[in-house]
Design a protein around this ligand. Structure first.
Ligand SMILES: *Cc1c(COP(=O)(O)O)cnc(C)c1O
Length: 218
C-alpha cells in the first residue's frame, strides 16, 4: 500500500515540488518501504522517534525536522537532521548555529510562519518574519532557505487557502529583499488533505503522512 501511495503522489506532483514523507508514529520498516518506493526526504516531529529511525535508516534518506523544537533537543537535532523546517525564534536559530558550528555541519533552516496568528501555536507572525530573518542571516552555520507553515486546522482545505496565500506573499516579499546569506528557495506548505491547494498557492515542498502511510493508529 505504501508503495502504491507514494508512486501515485510522485506521479501527480508537479515538477519542482519536493515530497517530505511525514513519518510521525511510523516504524522504521514503514519508512524504509517509503524510501524504496521513491521518497527521498523524511519528516520527523519527535527527536526520540527520529533517533530510532535514524539508527536503522541512516543516510539513505534526507531528514527534515518538522516538529516543535525545544532548545534542550537542539544538539541531537543538529546531529540527525539535514534541515530544520520549524525555526520560530531568533534564540532557537542561535542555538542551532552554535551546535552546527561545533560539529561543522552548517544547517539549512526554514522559518515557521504562524499564518493563522493563533496564539496557542508556534511560528512567527507574518509581520515579524522579516526582522527575524534579517537577524538570523547574521548567524554563522545556519542558512535560511525559506518558509514553512501549517495554517489553521480546517476540515475544508479551501478554508486554509488564505493562509497559504499570506505565507507565499511573505515568501515573495522577503525574496525580493535579496538579504545576504538568505536564499528564499523552499516554501513548505500543505499536508495530506491540503497539499493540492498549497501547490496552487506556490508551495514547492509538501509534507504528507496519512496519504502515504494510512491513518495513524496513535
Ligand atoms: C503530521 C504532519 C504532517 C502530515 O500530516 P498528514 O495529515 O498525516 O499528511 C505535515 N506536517 C507536519 C508538521 C505534521 O506534524
Amino acid at each position: 500500500m505504501i508503495q502504491e501511495n507514494v508512486q501515485k503522489i510522485l506521479r501527480e506532483l508537479p515538477v519542482g515540488v519536493k515530497l517530505v514523507a511525514a513519518a510521525k508514529a511510523r516504524s522504521p520498516e514503514e519508512i524504509l518501504e517509503a524510501l524504496d518506493s521513491g521518497v527521498e526526504i523524511i519528516g520527523e516531529n519527535y527527536i526520540q522517534e527520529a533517533e530510532l529511525a535514524f539508527k536503522v535508516i541512516g543516510k539513505k534518506a534526507r531528514w527534515h525536522f518538522i516538529g516543535h523544537l525545544q532548545k534542550n533537543k537542539v544538539k541531537k537535532a543538529v546531529s540527525i537532521f539535514d534541515m530544520i523546517e520549524t525555526v520560530d525564534s531568533f534564540g532557537l536559530a542561535e542555538e542551532i548555529g552554535k551546535y552546527s558550528g561545533k560539529i561543522n555541519k552548517p544547517m539549512e533552516v526554514l522559518i515557521e510562519i504562524n499564518s493563522g496568528e493563533e496564539l496557542q501555536k508556534s511560528g512567527v507572525f507574518p509581520k515579524d518574519a522579516e526582522s527575524i530573518i534579517r537577524k538570523a542571516a547574521g548567524l554563522k552555520n545556519i542558512k535560511v532557505m525559506g518558509l514553512m507553515t501549517m495554517g489553521p486546522l480546517k476540515d475544508d482545505p479551501e478554508d486554509i487557502r488564505p493562509y497559504f496565500i499570506k505565507t507565499r506573499e511573505v515568501f515573495e516579499k522577503i525574496r525580493s529583499l535579496s538579504i545576504e546569506n538568505v536564499e528564499m528557495k523552499y516554501l513548505s506548505m500543505g499536508m495530506s488533505d491540503s497539499y493540492k491547494v498549497a501547490i496552487e498557492e506556490g508551495a514547492n515542498m509538501v509534507r504528507i503522512g496519512t496519504r502515504i502511510f494510512g491513518e495513524r493508529k496513535i
